[in-house]
Ligand binder design. Structure first.
Ligand SMILES: Cc1cc2nc3c(=O)[nH]c(=O)nc-3n(C[C@H](O)[C@H](O)[C@H](O)COP(=O)(O)O)c2cc1C
Length: 218
């Protein structure tokens, strides 16, 4: 089983968020999962130009950067840990840019069957909005969100056990193929919306339309 940690603090190894996320990976390893870490600050990430190339031809993008590689790794992972500091009550711009570049994942439910957990640290401890946003993005791509952990940056030492438990939980939920009924309903609503959109735009987005046809979702 593969767990991908995407860490978006520019402080990299000094980062409180990454330190906490490493404890989550410790819990994953304890349950037998392999993990890989990507630090977004090491990678070239451009902003979406809204050219719709990825909707016309799946996974194609004219931008020459590292986002294609990140998205491929997300598709290969069983579980994804999204770790971000709270920047103005949201994830960092680098992580938001990844979500924007992954709109095809939303159109085509590409994280269906995968599991996501969130890790956030901040200066205030008011992080619910950030974790809720990570959950929303996971559900929009059809992934189940197993839970999130937030901490004041200075207080991560007191959250290490919770982080370890979150790591164990994501692996156990993956093994059990656990479904969270309230999220299944949210995912169904997203699916209904995108079924209509993909049908309406089938001439503009032929590859995404074909993806839906091949899945027998239309
Ligand atoms: C640009 C920027 C915006 C921030 N915005 C918030 C915020 O809205 N609320 C908050 O509580 N902390 C905010 N902080 C503080 C960070 O979330 C906090 O220091 C966090 O623990 C840093 O994590 P890191 O060590 O992983 O980089 C902000 C910090 C920066 C640099």
């Amino acid at each position: 089983m593969k767990i991908l940690l995407i860490s978006s603090s520019p402080r990299k190894k000094e980062s409180y968020t990454f330190s906490l996320a490493k404890e989550v990976l410790g819990g994953c390893a304890c349950e037998g999962a392999e993990s890989e870490t990507l630090h977004l600050c090491d990678l070239k990430i451009d902003f979406c130009h809204s050219c719709e190339a990825c909707h016309k031809k799946i996974m194609s993008c004219p931008l020459d950067d590292d986002v294609g590689m990140i998205l491929e790794k997300m598709l290969k992972a069983d579980g994804i840990i999204l770790a971000s500091p709270n920047y103005i009550n949201l994830v960092t711009a680098s992580m938001k840019a990844i979500f924007e570049r992954a709109s095809h994942f939303i159109h085509c439910q590409r994280l269906l069957g995968k599991y996501v957990a969130g890790v956030v640290t901040s200066g205030s401890g008011r992080d619910e909005q950030v974790l809720d946003y990570i959950k929303l993005c996971a559900n929009a791509c059809a992934a189940q969100y197993v839970g999130g952990l937030a901490s004041l940056g200075q207080e991560i030492c007191g959250k290490k056990e919770d982080a370890f438990e979150l790591g164990k939980k994501i692996v156990l939920d993956i093994k059990e193929r656990k479904l969270f009924p309230e999220q299944v309903r949210v995912i169904e609503r997203f699916k209904e919306h995108f079924k209509n959109l993909i049908t309406m735009r089938k001439l503009d987005w032929p590859d995404e339309y074909k993806y839906w046809q091949d899945k027998c979702w239309l």
